[in-house]
Ligand binder design. Structure first.
Ligand code: NAP
Length: 327
């Protein structure tokens, strides 16, 4: 379970935490909101019941002075010093002694992935970090990371965008590489940042401050075109008695039983609605129909801002010009 990347700062997450649906649905993923989670752990004493994931390596999440980077904001930063500071800060904010799954949020093109893993190795050996993940990485970076002796085997997840609107990881060969390497895809924005759910039918339905309005798929020219796929998916849902959001999530789980979609919502009822998609069994015909709809769709607009789409590659170790101690 996760908080939406699109939820405004004044979100309702404080209201959600006290009734945490994770308690009922045993959801395995909690993302960010570290200080709020810290309070929940303190209130309930249930840290051990939760599989806790958080991330490092992206400077726009770094507000407090305890986490400084020489990089501009936002930017990837996986220099060893930054990783160590970010980890210390997360542990402190979460009020926990260990993190179950620690993701690199973005590949830092200037830092070899091998250096990143060597930086993390002592924390993995000490049990402070149990498992590792990458996000928005290339298949080549994932292969290099998995090849690092010992600590590479701890990489179990890759957080990548995937939804009926965004099949990119299948088309790039990433999904196939992840399967070959035994790495689970954690499908982020599985509702295409809410578009699949169809709650908004016109741009006037969005708050003027909604960050999605800056995304290419939500431009005045593209948004109406993208409703074609939204409506087609909704029609499949009607046949199965489930919501459009549930159709998308059930489809991902049907095609990829080893993947973990992480839909996000600020609304408790929707969180439960989305969680129930794990119990929905789509017919084989419906799974094929959704596949055909997604592949044939003429999705209008890129999935994120131009500068947000990265190759996910990094320099080789021999090109590394930073701290020598990590290798
Ligand atoms: N690794 C990365 O680089 C990366 C990048 C982006 C996102 N993520 C993570 O992926 C997770 C989800 O991504 P996301 O929030 O971008 O996209 P998402 O889950 O595809 O969509 C979230 C949006 O859908 C709406 N929604 C959710 N369930 C709904 C339902 N049943 N009916 C109608 N509307 C519904 C939410 O609105 P309401 O809040 O109003 O319900 C919210 O605006 C987050 O944890 C985020 O941190 C990771």
């Amino acid at each position: 379970m996760a908080f939406a990347s699109t939820i405004p700062a004044s979100s309702k997450t404080h209201e959600i935490i006290p009734i945490s649906p994770t308690a009922e649905f045993k959801s395995e993923y909690i993302d960010l909101a570290e200080k709020i989670l810290s309070r929940w752990f303190a209130q309930t004493g249930r840290r051990a019941d939760i599989f806790l994931a958080t991330k490092f390596g992206y400077t726009n999440l770094a507000a407090p002075s305890t986490l400084t980077s020489s990089r501009p904001t936002p930017a990837p930063d996986s220099t060893p010093a930054y990783i160590r500071t970010a980890l210390a800060r997360s542990l402190e904010q979460l009020g926990t002694e260990y993190i179950d799954l620690y993701y690199q949020h973005r590949v830092d093109p200037t830092v070899p992935i091998e250096v990143v893993l060597e930086t993390l190795r002592p924390f993995v050996d000490a049990g402070t970090i149990r498992w590792l993940g990458l996000s928005e990485c290339s298949a080549a970076t994932l292969r290099r990371a998995k090849a690092v002796p010992g600590v590479g085997a701890k990489i179990i997840a890759a957080q990548m965008e995937y939804s009926p609107f965004t099949l990119d990881i299948e088309r790039s060969g990433f999904a196939q590489a992840a399967e070959e390497l035994g790495v689970a895809v954690v499908a982020y924005s599985p509702l295409a940042r809410g578009m699949v759910a169809g709650a908004q039918r016109t741009l006037a339905d969005f708050s003027p401050t909604d960050a999605r309005l800056r995304l290419p798929r939500y431009s005045p020219a593209n948004f109406p075109k993208n409703l074609v796929l939204v409506d087609a998916l909704a029609a499949v849902g009607v046949k199965h008695g489930c919501s459009p959001a549930q159709v998308a999530l059930a489809w991902i789980l049907a095609e990829h039983p080893g993947w973990v979609p992480i839909p996000a919502s600020s609304t408790p009822a929707r969180i439960l609605e989305n969680a129930r998609s794990a119990e929905i069994v789509l017919s084989d015909e419906a799974v094929k129909e959704i596949r055909r709809l997604a592949e044939d769709a003429e999705v209008a607009g890129a999935r994120m801002f131009g500068e947000g789409i990265v190759e996910g590659n990094c320099v080789e170790v021999k090109e590394w010009e930073g701290e020598g101690e990590a290798m």
